[in-house]
Design a binder for this molecule. Structure first.
Ligand SMILES: [Zn+2]
Length: 522
């Protein structure tokens, strides 16, 4: 009986195992790799490797909700994550950090290949000291390892830059369609679904990629999709990409605070229907170009003095002021102390019963240590900011009472609220943008009940946008000065709108980019 049973098992294995293995083999093998940062070359700050909070191997899954343990997408492939890193926007990345991270990425891809597909997750506005087009460079180095049989799908921020080299080495490409980027994760999921669809259907790489550079360079604060003309231009993108014969259609605004030939807007459309691909790309490009004069700041934009005078005169509270020039989410150092110093010197706020103000935020590692030492309710006396970018003001003198200390934030590490006169000053160990209500309430602060809230960001993120009774954007100094017409550009292509206002109509004819691997790489 025992022999019979063993014979049965052996026969079962001979018949069924190869089938089981084949079934397993039929799942496509898809790698995941990418590094994302938006970095200003007009800021003296530098970004190191630690800033990327890099995830390796299986740890990468936690970053993508659409690849969670029970998600349908996870079951459709054998996923082989290599290296994914996300840094807060900042200054240019050091050569050592870039080489180390790309080295690890390439090694991991080499070890675990071959791949049917690769999901390339980038922002697209990384600057690296001494290197042009880092994302294009990274993708070339990835291609050297994975070859051209692998279909690569790239997802980007619409403030990223798409060079011809990047366009050539990727097969599928998409970017956000909303600013602020409420569709951040949807964009990534679209890139992954589109990759799976092309692999599973056997259609492979799209046959045509149309790429159109548009000589327009605008700051994100002028191109929100909440208002016109961005609203209707971007509303046309999803329907354009759903046409038969099109795999994706997208518009990149580009990144205004770096000085490379690639910094400008781009339209890209991919698909199998040549005429449709060309026609759609040209339509989107003309629509964007034709609207260039209409892009305006998303909120009233005033000098600092006008902003504060408006806030003090207003009956609407909370009155939000964006301290835009050093916005860390656009690539500012995040430690320019100019605005806080101005606030602290204002007579109306010297008295603790003056108009209530929250200032968020400024790095002050030494003051944080002092606050931890003395504790809540006690006085601290020291300096904040201007360690990285002291071009506009020296460190701000802070003398006040510690109101709260919170430890453990991924970006800030430690946050302290210090009351100086009627101002609640939020200090951090490392820079952090304040986007959500909980960022304030966990420090015991209540922006809804505060007269004036000054935040070191550009356009307000959704939670703050909903909360504001009034909002102005202040033209303050810093590494992401919104007055881009006065930035010392030397290397961007000219003519460029709005720097060259009288420029002629550009050539917006679609350029067909060769299918990856079909021509010598650029
Ligand atoms: Zn962006």
């Amino acid at each position: 009986m025992k022999q019979l049973f063993l014979l049965f098992i052996a026969a079962y294995c001979i018949v069924c195992l190869p089938a089981c293995q084949n079934k397993k083999k039929s799942l496509p093998r898809i790698a995941i790799a990418g590094l994302a940062i938006e970095s200003s070359t007009f800021s003296p700050a530098l970004t190191d490797e630690a800033a990327f909070h890099t995830m390796y191997g299986k740890n990468v899954f936690a970053f993508y909700p659409f690849l969670s343990a029970d998600s349908p997408l996870l079951k459709r492939a054998d996923w082989i994550p290599a290296v994914v890193g996300y840094a807060l926007p900042g200054g240019a990345v050091t050569t050592a950090a870039y080489e180390s991270l790309v080295g690890k990425m390439v090694d991991s891809l080499k070890r675990n290949g071959p791949y049917d597909g690769l999901y390339f997750d980038i922002h697209g506005a990384m600057s690296v000291v001494g290197l042009d087009d880092p994302e294009g460079d990274m993708l070339k180095r990835i291609r050297k390892v994975v070859g051209y049989n692998t279909i690569i799908s790239t997802s980007m921020d619409l403030h990223g830059n798409v060079t011809e080299s990047l366009a050539e080495n990727t097969d599928l490409i998409t970017c956000h369609r909303m600013a602020p980027h409420e569709d951040g994760m949807q964009t990534k999921q679209r890139a992954v679904e589109s990759l799976l669809q092309r692999i599973e259907s056997g259609k492979g790489k799209p046959a045509y990629k149309a790429w159109i550079p548009i000589p327009v360079l605008l700051p994100g604060e002028k191109t929100s999709t909440r208002i016109e003309p961005g609203k209707s231009i971007y509303a046309a993108v999803a329907p354009a990409s759903k046409q038969p014969g099109i795999t994706d259609a997208d518009i990149w605004i580009g990144y205004a605070w770096a000085d490379e030939p690639r910094n400008h807007a781009v339209v890209m459309v991919c698909g199998d229907d040549k005429e449709k691909v060309i026609q759609t790309a040209e339509q989107l490009a003309h629509r964007f170009w034709d609207a260039r004069m209409a892009f305006a700041f998303v909120a009233p934009t005033l000098s600092w003095k006008q902003s504060l005078d408006s806030a003090l005169a207003s009956k609407k509270h909370p009155f939000f002021i964006s301290d835009m020039g050093d916005n860390p989410t656009a690539g500012g150092a995040g430690d320019v102390s100019w605005t806080l110093s101005q606030l602290l010197s204002y007579p109306a706020f010297k008295d603790s019963n003056g108009p209530s103000v929250i200032y968020a935020s400024l790095p002050a590692p030494e003051l944080i240590q002092q606050a931890i030492k003395v504790g809540v309710g006690k006085e601290v006396d020291g300096y904040a900011g201007a360690k990285v970018d002291a071009r506009f003001a020296p460190p701000a003198h802070i003398k006040g009472i510690v109101e709260s200390i919170v430890k453990g934030d991924k970006d800030a590490v430690v946050e302290v609220s210090v009351k100086v006169g009627s101002i609640h000053v939020i200090l951090t160990e490392k820079r952090k943008p304040y986007h959500n209500e909980i960022d304030f309430t966990r420090l015991g602060l209540h922006p809804r009940k505060t007269d004036i809230v000054v935040v070191k960001i550009g356009y307000l993120q959704p939670e703050l946008y909903v909360m504001q009774a009034a909002w102005v954007m202040a033209l303050t100094p810093g590494g992401v000065d919104q007055d881009i017409e006065h930035l010392p550009y030397k290397r961007i292509q000219r003519p460029m709108f709005p720097l060259d206002k009288t420029m002629k109509e550009p050539d917006l004819t679609a350029r067909l980019i060769p299918v990856s691997g079909s021509a010598p790489s650029k």
